[in-house]
Design a protein around this ligand. Structure first.
Ligand code: NAP
Length: 457
């Protein structure tokens, strides 16, 4: 790390003890900013770096609710409003038992620069709860969402903070959250949440946006290498919102997606994933991935998939053992470690694009660089979700709804633009071809310039 940045990182460690994911995300950004501080002394003069690493506001609240057996349950809710220099705080809500302040801060921090990269007027934030929706009835999920919103509503609004979905928060949860917001405030304020249903203020393509956007970004990398998805073997991790639609777009572009995973294991399907079946198992029946293999002859299920600590699960194998040309990690943070990266390199993988947030560990990213594998960080590659959320906000503000084709075209243009911005910025700052540095510097400088203009606030 640049010696002028080390004291800033030391301060982050001291002020935010025990928040390892937040440390990892801030370190990854600071590691790229050496050439920026050398060229822009005004950022240091205004303490932009120290300020950008400190959330503007952090909210932690109690979420009590009653389960189907009449027992009182207790969870913790979070919203970290990280930076609003470019617009209202924008970022999803995650419901997963692993959620604590350090995860929400890492996600909120990433979100600032991702949102800046889209070129749209949105700041960065993130929230969630340690609530686990798995195995809960619809009625329990509804009661939890209503209790969560009963506190959150006072902190959000279309000009203040606009949450969306993330792990464990899909269309069903956004519906219950919006319903409770509307009830408490007595306002049909569509722009307060994104990821809404199509019939009540949502945008076409929002469901598909993150996965499609990741593939559009990877496609730009391939084009720059005079290649394409046609005939390539792809592995995705996860089988949630991002993974399913990444697999769908890659398949549409001519690739064969041979494997995906969930937290119980992974499936290999050499004929290419049957996406209708996958959606039925994961989106409709909300079952484990083994149900996919049971229903399809060409597929086999391997128990023990990757987990967020980067270990390979009880079977010792992971979805990254399946040979592929292109890898799309779309599950969760730190699910692809240095050993997995070595396996991918040995198997001839040429491109890795992060659909999830920070799924590759720093060791994995080093392996990709050494092996000449093109690596697209989530900040850039998965920005299509939030960009389409901003398109949803535009449609809400103008009381309009756009066609699927028009919205998808806008999404593709945005991803092409982000790719170009990353490459140009990397070139300008003397690190040509480095998407990590390009994304970090392009996102950071846009936020830093706005913070300079707005004064010390
Ligand atoms: P999702 O629909 O809830 O799906 C998450 C998938 O990842 C599921 O298959 C889940 O398996 C697996 N997973 C979650 N936590 C895991 C863990 N600790 N270990 C192993 N597998 C795990 O969530 P999503 O919206 O697709 O989000 C996936 C990633 O993309 C996250 O990093 C999220 O922050 C990022 N992202 C999402 C969006 C968006 O628009 N949704 C936008 C940008 C980035 P189980 O079903 O077994 O839990």
């Amino acid at each position: 790390m640049n010696p002028t940045l080390q004291p800033i990182f030391d301060e982050i460690l001291a002020r935010n003890p025990g928040e390892s994911e937040f440390h990892q995300a801030t370190r990854e950004l600071l590691d790229s900013l050496g050439p920026v501080v050398a060229r822009h002394p005004e950022y240091a003069d205004a303490a932009i770096l120290r300020r950008v690493c400190e959330p503007e506001r952090q909210i932690i609240f109690r979420v009590p609710w009653v389960d189907d057996a009449g027992q009182v349950q207790l969870n913790r809710g979070f919203r970290v409003e990280f930076n609003s220099a470019l617009g209202p705080y924008k970022g999803g809500l995650r419901f997963h038992p692993s959620v604590y302040l350090g995860i929400v801060k890492f996600l909120g921090f990433e979100q600032i620069f991702k949102n800046a990269l889209t070129g749209m007027p949105i700041g960065g934030g993130k929230g969630g709860s340690d609530f686990d929706p798995k195995g809960r009835s619809d009625a329990e999920v509804m009661r939890f969402c209503q209790s969560f919103m009963t506190e959150l509503y006072r902190h959000i609004g279309e000009y203040t903070d606009v949450p969306a979905g993330d792990i464990g928060v899909g269309g069903r949860e956004i519906g219950y959250l919006f319903g409770q917001y509307k009830r408490i405030t007595n306002r049909y304020e569509s722009g307060v949440l994104t990821g809404k249903g199509i019939g009540w203020g949502g945008s076409l393509v929002r469901t598909e946006a993150t996965g499609y956007g990741t593939v559009f970004f990877a496609n730009e990398i391939l084009k720059a290498r005079k290649s394409s998805f046609e005939g390539q073997t792809v592995v995705v991790s996860g089988s949630g919102n991002v993974a399913i639609y990444a697999a769908e777009k890659a398949t549409e572009l001519g690739a064969i997606v041979v494997a995906c995973s969930d937290s119980s294991g992974y499936v290999v399907d050499e004929k290419g994933l049957d996406l209708d079946l996958l959606k039925e198992v994961k989106e409709v029946r909300r079952e484990r991935l083994s149900a996919y293999a049971e229903a399809r002859e060409s597929a086999r299920f391997v128990a023990g998939g990757p987990d967020s600590s980067g270990s390979s699960g009880s079977s010792g194998s992971s979805v990254w053992d399946v040979p592929c040309d292109i890898a799309l990690p779309c599950a969760t943070q730190n699910e692809l470690d240095g050993d997995h990266a070595l396996t991918l390199a040995r198997n001839g993988c040429t491109v890795v694009a992060e659909g999830a947030n920070m799924p590759c560990t720093p060791a994995a990213v080093r392996v990709f660089a050494e092996a000449g594998i093109a690596f697209a960080p989530g900040k850039a590659a998965n920005a299509g979700g939030v960009a389409t959320s901003a398109l949803e906000m535009q449609q809400n503000a103008s009381r309009d709804s756009w066609s699927f084709a028009h919205t998808e075209e806008r999404l593709e243009q945005i991803m092409v633009g982000i790719h170009a911005r990353c490459l140009e910025t990397a070139e300008t700052y003397g690190v040509p071809g480095n998407y990590v540095a390009g994304a970090n510097i392009a996102g950071f400088t846009r936020v830093a310039d706005a913070m300079l203009a707005l004064g010390v606030i």
